[in-house]
Write a protein that binds this ligand. Structure first.
Ligand SMILES: NC(=O)c1ccc[n+]([C@@H]2O[C@H](COP(=O)([O-])OP(=O)(O)OC[C@H]3O[C@@H](n4cnc5c(N)ncnc54)[C@H](OP(=O)(O)O)[C@@H]3O)[C@@H](O)[C@H]2O)c1
Length: 247
């Protein structure tokens, strides 16, 4: 399906990004992944197999993004698919959130998404597809999630505005909007398997389909938005949340 195409997945070393990189590769694309943790990144590259490129780059640092662009240019020459996926998530209760927490959330999720798109745009030809990772939280009021929800609402907005801005270049920008997906983002640094399994079970019961989402549930939507099968979609949001926001 994607033979001859090249793809970049930021935050491709884990969770949704890793599953998406695998699905894009399994469908014929040449794939590059990024992350901040070198060890994690290289073990993900190994699992993805030959031909995958790993670039250590923090999306919140513009120097890293410049280097990412030049490594991509050298390796691929052009970029057909960009999944802007790298992100962080943590609670920010109004009374317990300091300025450093504010900047961490906004620097990675908002600034990182904006400037990573800016950095790869010169490599993108007509017909290219940009997919952003927002969240089902972008429209609902969940306590303690003001900054995460606002950061993902900003990303949702980017898809609309950038689609309009890139219309004459024939580049589409759409979003995937995951519900609660079983990835390391929900796991504390020293959390036991038992504790995490209980969390997965508990959250699963709150979802109409009866389970927490899997990274592959989102990767399937990324593949669709990356392919020409979605060529009539612009500035849209695909919600993949097991029915949580609607039912
Ligand atoms: N899981 C969910 O329930 C859910 C729901 C809605 C939206 N999302 C979104 O999905 C995206 C992926 O999350 P995930 O659930 O797959 O979590 P994950 O497994 O923790 O993956 C996060 C990825 O982002 C990378 N990353 C984090 N900060 C980065 C930075 N500053 N620069 C570059 N890479 C960075 C991580 O690599 P390093 O650790 O090496 O930096 C990792 O590869 C995020 O944007 C998240 O907000 C997730």
């Amino acid at each position: 399906m994607l033979e001859g195409k090249t793809a970049l997945v930021t935050g491709g070393s884990s969770g949704i990004g890793f599953a998406s990189a695998k699905m894009l590769k399994d469908n014929g694309a040449r794939v590059a992944i990024t992350g901040t943790n070198t060890e994690k990144l290289h073990s993900a590259r190994k699992m993805l197999g030959d031909g995958t490129i790993a670039i250590q780059a923090d999306v919140s640092k513009l120097d890293d993004l410049d280097r990412m662009q030049s490594e991509l240019r050298q390796a691929f020459g052009k970029l057909d698919i960009f999944f802007a996926n790298a992100g962080v998530a943590f609670n920010t209760p109004l009374g317990k959130t300091d300025e450093a927490m504010y900047y961490r959330m906004m620097d990675v999720n908002v600034k990182g998404t904006f400037f990573s798109i800016q950095s790869v745009l010169p490599l993108m030809p007509e017909g290219a597809s940009i997919i952003l990772n927002t969240s089902w939280l972008n429209q609902i009021g969940t306590p303690n999630k003001a900054l995460l929800s606002a950061s993902k609402a900003a990303v949702r907005s980017f898809a609309r505005v950038m689609s309009a801005e890139l219309l004459d270049r024939g580049i589409r920008v759409n979003c995937v909007s995951p519900g609660t997906i079983e990835t390391p983002i929900h796991r504390g640094p020293n959390e036991s398997d038992e504790h995490f399994c209980a969390y997965v079970e508990r959250v699963g019961q709150q979802v109409p389909v009866g389970r927490m989402g899997k990274p592959e549930d989102i990767a399937a939507a990324v593949l669709f938005l990356a392919s020409d099968a979605s060529s009539y979609m612009l500035g849209a949001e695909m919600v993949i949340d097991g029915g949580r926001a609607e039912l």
